[in-house]
Design a protein around this ligand. Structure first.
Ligand code: UGA
Length: 464
């Protein structure tokens, strides 16, 4: 290693960085590394993606990222390529950030992309360098890939290997990358750890905990974190099922629990549950992996976590029927289809799933999402996508808030009163003040709150 690192260990020259995969993780990591002052090349095998990124166009919505992308394309610190040959001859540190989606028809993660990226990289590296995996992977992957690299690399180059999971949240990706709450590195060689310390010097100087550990722990930290978050959400949503049955206020319950610092209030928001490209597939991949290890009972509770989560969607559909009557021909306004606000991501979105199920039950579904309409319409083209919340509620028998964008949380009854056919509302994210809406004559239900249906209500309101 000594020969190749000398050129930047003297701190006069920074390591050159490549990032393989330009999805949420990779594109953000590449732009943030450029922001930290490094020269960066982002690689993707998708030429269209590379063309648009090179023009400074981000193929997804992520606050602050477009500005960073444009800034560093113009500083010249950030560029994009499809050529492994180019990065293999150029970069000192290669981050792998390609996807590990759920396999179709199975719980396990699809490792095709990570394996292919690692192999291509190993075959094309022509200078001493370090490979750092960032993708979320089943435990045991890093060790396997480290061996794959050793078997396939060119004989005269030395390649260090590390695993460095990423904890960024969509919607906060830039902040989470530039100011992470911790850095976790699975690594076996001191020289490789030193390279990571050089790359993350700014965060380390800011007192970010830097946890250097073995490969297995680093892989497990990531899946354990997501499994814990999913469990926390399903925990409060399980209590929603109780308060919906016996009465009680799920928000007050969560607030009171959250004052106990051992529990904490974050990720205790009861609602239609978790979705997205990470939590659902990660809890399933973890179950698949422990089964392979003969430990299926260990993570069995995660199947309950998954089921509780999916039952929340059923609950919204049932509530819609309770409030509006048989769904055939009913006009339903859906506010929000992304899996969470400040994102245009509709992967495994509870909101989009509910919208599609209402449509299948015969409802006429109007959808408005500030950023998600385009992605949702690719998946479910037959819903009516409209350009504003007010347009979506026009003549509606029922309004359902499914993603808590602030423009929906800020809605007041007076905004909608004159537009709807019937004053029926389901707050599936627990963000509205129920008393205000009731006082304005709305029949409003929220997840985690007992709902007593008022059959005459819809028609009375329609007449008033
Ligand atoms: C999640 C983790 O939070 C990140 O730390 C991790 O890096 C990322 O996955 C990943 O593995 O790449 P993300 O998928 O962006 O991040 O979304 P979250 O903010 O975790 O939200 C996940 C889902 O939980 C959303 O559908 C959200 O609406 C739901 N949620 C969240 C609740 O239903 N209740 C809550 O209290 C919090």
């Amino acid at each position: 290693m000594a020969r190749s690192w000398r050129h930047f260990q003297g701190e006069t020259v920074s390591p050159r960085i490549s990032v393989i995969g330009t999805g949420y993780l990779g594109a953000t990591h590449a732009a943030c590394m450029a922001e930290l002052g490094f020269e960066v090349i982002g690689l993707d095998i998708d030429q269209n993606k590379i063309n648009s990124l090179s023009r400074g166009e981000l193929p997804f919505h992520e606050p602050e990222l477009p500005e960073l992308l444009l800034k560093h394309i113009s500083t010249g610190r950030l560029r994009f390529t499809t050529s492994y040959k180019e990065i293999g001859a150029w970069a000192d540190v290669h981050f792998i950030g390609v996807g590990t989606p759920q396999k179709s028809g199975e719980y396990a993660a699809d490792m095709t992309y990570v394996d292919a990226a690692t192999l291509s990289l190993a075959q094309h590296i022509t200078k001493d360098s370090v490979i750092v995996g960032k993708s979320t992977v089943p435990v045991g992957t890093a060790r396997r890939l480290r061996n794959l690299v050793a078997e396939n690399k060119q004989a005269d180059v030395s390649i260090g290997f590390a695993w460095n999971p990423e904890f960024l949240r969509e919607g906060f990706a830039v902040k989470d990358t530039l100011q992470p709450d911790r850095l976790v590195v699975g690594v076996e060689e001191t020289a490789t750890e030193q390279v990571l310390r050089t790359v993350y010097a700014a965060a380390i100087a800011d007192n970010t905990p830097f946890i250097s550990t073995d490969f297995e722990t680093s892989e497990l930290v990531k899946v354990a974190a997501n499994a814990f978050l999913a469990t926390k959400i399903s925990f409060i949503n399980a209590f929603s099922e109780i308060t919906e049955s016996v009465g009680g206020d799920i928000r007050t319950l969560a607030d009171a629990l959250g004052h106990d610092l051992r529990i904490g209030r974050r990720f205790l928001n009861a609602g239609v549950g978790f979705g997205g490209g990470c939590l659902p597939k990660d809890i399933r991949a973890l179950q698949a992996r422990v089964s392979e290890l003969g430990l299926e009972r260990t993570m069995r509770f995660l199947s309950e976590v998954d089921e509780i989560n999916l039952r929340r969607r059923d609950r919204v559909v049932h509530l819609a029927e309770e409030m509006a009557g048989p769904l055939g021909g009913k006009k339903i306004a859906i506010l929000g289809v992304t899996f969470k606000p400040n994102s245009d991501d509709v992967r495994d979105s509870p909101a989009l799933d509910v919208a599609a199920r209402l449509f299948s039950a015969g409802a006429d579904v109007n959808v408005y999402d500030p950023k998600g309409n385009a992605n949702a319409s690719k998946r479910f083209p037959r819903l009516n996508y409209v350009g504003s919340a007010l347009e979506s509620v026009s003549d509606a028998d029922l309004v359902i808030l499914l993603t808590e964008w602030s423009e929906f949380s800020d809605l007041l009854p007076i905004d909608l009163d004159h537009l709807v056919k019937a004053k029926n509302f389901i707050d599936a994210r627990n963000v509205l003040d129920l008393a205000t809406w009731r006082a304005a004559g709305w029949q409003i239900a929220a997840l985690g709150h007992k709902f007593e249906s008022e059959p005459a209500f819809a028609s009375e309101m329609a007449l008033s």
